[in-house]
Design a protein around this ligand. Structure first.
Ligand SMILES: [Fe+2]
Length: 407
């Protein structure tokens, strides 16, 4: 029988924990190298970890283009051996992630270096977690309540400015069998080191630059109004929005502009920290569904959903949207004009202006709404949403002004 003293301890601990419910945790990469030429520091960074062999996880296209060559030179200079796994083009699939984890285990590597866009970074984070939980799969990890933390160093080198994956505790992997997005959130998914070198981003084509840039903007806007937002995350989100407002049209129009690329790289990183700590919202919860079903790139899916989700959330964001408008344009404006400015930016950088242009089918919306309700991103949305309301937002995004705005 439980002693009176033990019962007292449990009651006291419960009260202590209830008092601590408002305590917020804030995490970011313990180390970041940022600036043109930073990639040359990769070797010395790995050396500091006491590791002599790494798995480099990149994608087929970047490897073919030779973009990782500067990093390979840096690794060779520091006598770091490396084994390369190239992910197929596209968003990371669980079967490829599990194959990469097998190669990592067989290669005897002591660290994972992710080099690429958000897909390569997300894949590498899942690989690192699989290595710490041998015998498991990506879908089993998502369902597990007891995930062992990552055991080897993780270095993230982004080559696009968008996901901010180099600064988050999140990874999104598409289930190869069920074609749904598996979202893993774990403290140990935060990379130990982010190496952000905008020179690696100079050759990113305009349509990828536009899509990834809109992903970063949707992170910053959702984080700014998320239920988990704090002054700290809003400071990062606000500055990210202002950097994107200025630099995104420039990098889409002139990809070789190093200063604008650096601004976007920094904005993506800041927005990543902001949303990793504050949460996202309905835009990501809804875009995950259309991305997986129609194979729409993540950033494009967010661009399609963002103005309609902002329209829906406007009811509870009358104070915060004008702040977003000011950050984005440098001008004072009301909530409605802020949404119009976001929509205008999407049209200017030539992304689909609505779900109709993206080839969506209205009959799918009820199923998407059902799945969006179960998406973990929804919990931080500032306005609650029912299945019917989410279908309404999909319909708004379907019928929203499109080609005529572009014309
Ligand atoms: Fe995203």
């Amino acid at each position: 029988m439980m002693q009176e003293r033990e019962v007292g301890q449990i009651v006291t601990h419960t009260v202590d924990m209830m008092n601590a419910l408002s305590v917020r945790q804030f995490s970011l990469p313990p180390n970041t190298y940022i600036g043109a030429g930073a990639i040359a520091r990769t070797g010395e960074a790995i050396e500091k970890c006491g590791v002599h062999r790494v798995l480099v996880l990149t994608d087929e296209m970047l490897e073919k283009m030779g973009l990782p060559e500067g990093m390979y030179r840096a690794l060779n200079y520091s006598n770091i051996e490396y084994s390369v796994f190239c992910m197929p083009i596209g968003e990371p699939k669980s079967a490829d992630v599990e194959a990469a984890a097998r190669q990592a285990a067989e290669s005897g590597c002591g660290a994972i270096v992710a080099f690429g866009g958000g897909s390569a970074l997300d894949a590498a984070k899942a690989v690192a977690l699989l290595l710490a939980n041998p015998g498991t799969t990506v879908s089993a990890l998502e369902d597990s309540t007891h995930i062992l933390p990552r055991t080897m160093p993780l270095v993230a080198v982004p080559t696009t400015a968008g996901t901010g994956s180099e600064a988050t505790t999140v990874t999104v992997i598409t289930d190869s069998v069920r074609h749904v997005k598996r979202i893993l959130v774990h403290d140990s998914l935060m990379p130990d080191l982010a190496i952000i070198d905008a020179c690696l981003m100079l050759g990113v084509p305009p349509h990828v630059t536009a899509a990834t840039g809109m992903d970063a903007l949707s992170h910053a806007i959702e984080a700014h109004v998320a239920s988990g937002a704090t002054s700290m995350t809003q400071a990062l989100a606000y500055r990210a929005i202002s950097l994107i407002g200025e630099a995104l049209p420039i990098v889409v129009g002139k990809g070789s502009d190093v200063a604008a690329r650096e601004a976007m790289a920094l904005a993506s990183y800041m927005a990543g920290i902001a949303f990793s700590n504050a949460g996202l919202g309905l835009c990501h919860a809804m875009s995950h569904q259309i991305g997986a079903a129609y194979n729409i790139p993540h950033g494009v899916a967010n661009a399609i959903m963002l103005p309609s989700v902002m329209h829906y959330n406007q009811l509870v964001c009358k104070k915060t949207y004008p702040e977003i408008g000011l950050a984005l344009t440098g001008r004072m404006m009301d909530a409605a004009e802020t949404i119009r400015c976001v929509q205008q930016l999407i049209v200017e950088i030539d992304l689909p202006a609505n779900l109709l242009e993206a080839g969506a089918r209205k009959e799918d919306f009820a199923r998407f709404a059902e799945d969006a309700l179960n998406d973990p991103c929804l919990t931080a949305n500032p306005r609650t949403a029912s299945k019917e309301q989410i279908v309404g937002v999909y319909l708004h995004a379907y019928h929203r002004a499109g080609r005529e705005v572009r014309a």
